[in-house]
Design a protein around this ligand. Structure first.
Ligand code: NAD
Length: 324
């Protein structure tokens, strides 16, 4: 019976995957691998690996000539050395589109929590202060401009669900052609131009060498006083020291962060308990339905590759073919 390694997972149970692989006549080896050596030992004799966080590196691939495909449970794939996979002819697949609505809604929720002061009001009330001015003045949302950085799947959805709330939606995405901008989104030519106009900035880029640390002191310096930043993309896109500095000077009115450069947040971080920071635990993707879709799509890649030689969601193409 063909066999895959389920290298690691943090789910309460894996009935979903067992049922899916069972239907396709695939045997599942379940492990909780943290190291390259653990993956190598566990994946012996497997044609594929379903991976959450375990490392898939040059050394792992070199030791496992029978592995033809690696499928990541998630949209990102930074624990997989895709260049090594290409060199070894191993297909890389992922599950990229399971939670677009969830992430966009979460980003809007963080933006609204900041602009409507929800978390601070809650704290004030708990401290015995019931008054609509307890945390200062609020501005009319209909006078605000939302600036989206990265107008891909999630950024576009964010624009769509936010357009009735704010006066303008503008976006910066140097990789899209004009035709890919929805008519109700105004294109701005640079990050700097976006910073100068937006009242709320929402980040939706991937983490790349170019976007790492892109939201830095220079970016914050260009903002209008009292603007807000929301990050549901990847933590390392934002320079957290620069963000804290901008909060201190009042340039930044508040930050809503679902992702951080190091997760979970450390107990001594200044972000914790900061009156103008709202955090969530990298949960923007989450709904019961999105999690099921995420896991089903990642597992299905392996079954589809076994029957057709190609997964549904290709990250990088391989040359290895299933043994029949
Ligand atoms: P996508 O690939 O559809 O869109 C990303 C967009 O960013 C693209 O249009 C691209 O052109 C643009 N971009 C790339 N580099 C840029 C730059 N330097 N400046 C401006 N724009 C740039 O991706 P997506 O599915 O919309 O996901 C967006 C982000 O959301 C990713 O970082 C992803 O990891 C993250 N995400 C987070 C969660 C969560 O739970 N918080 C869940 C899913 C995805």
């Amino acid at each position: 019976m063909p066999r895959i390694l389920y290298s690691d997972n943090d789910y309460p149970d894996i009935e979903l995957e067992r049922e899916l692989f069972g239907r396709h006549g695939i045997d599942v080896i379940v492990a909780q691998c943290r190291t390259e050596d653990e993956v190598i030992a566990a994946a012996e004799g497997c044609f594929g690996i379903l991976v959450q966080y375990a490392p898939v590196t040059e050394r792992v691939l070199a030791a496992l000539p029978e592995v033809g495909i690696v499928s990541r449970i998630g949209a990102g794939y930074d624990t997989i050395d895709t260049e090594a996979c290409v060199r070894h002819g191993v297909w890389v697949a992922n599950s990229p589109d399971y939670g677009v609505g969830e992430v966009a809604t979460h980003a809007l929720a963080l933006g609204l929590a900041l602009t409507r002061n929800i978390v601070a009001y809650h704290r004030d009330i708990a401290a015995g202060n019931w008054h609509y001015l307890s945390s200062g003045k609020l501005r009319r949302p209909r006078d605000m401009t939302l600036g989206i950085v990265g107008l891909g799947r999630i950024g576009k959805r964010m624009a769509q669900i936010s357009r009735d709330t704010f006066r303008r939606v503008i976006a910066y995405d140097p990789y899209l052609i004009d035709g890919d901008f929805p008519v109700f989104v105004e294109r701005v030519p640079s990050l700097d131009a976006l910073a100068r106009v937006a009242d709320i900035v929402s980040l939706h880029t991937p983490l790349t060498p170019e976007t790492r640390g892109m939201i830095d002191a220079r970016f914050f310096a260009a903002l209008q006083r009292g603007s807000f930043v929301v990050n549901t993309a990847r933590g390392a896109v934002v320079d957290i020291d620069a963000l804290l500095g901008a909060l201190d000077t009042g340039i930044l009115g508040g930050a809503g962060l679902d992702v951080l450069p190091v997760e979970p947040v450390s107990r001594d971080s200044r972000l914790l308990g900061h009156p103008r920071v709202v955090l969530s635990p990298h949960s923007a993707f989450y709904s019961v339905e999105a999690e099921r879709e995420l896991r089903r799509k990642a597992a299905q890649n392996l079954a589809t590759w076994l029957s057709s030689g190609r997964p549904e969601y290709v990250v990088t193409r391989g040359t290895r073919v299933p043994r029949r």
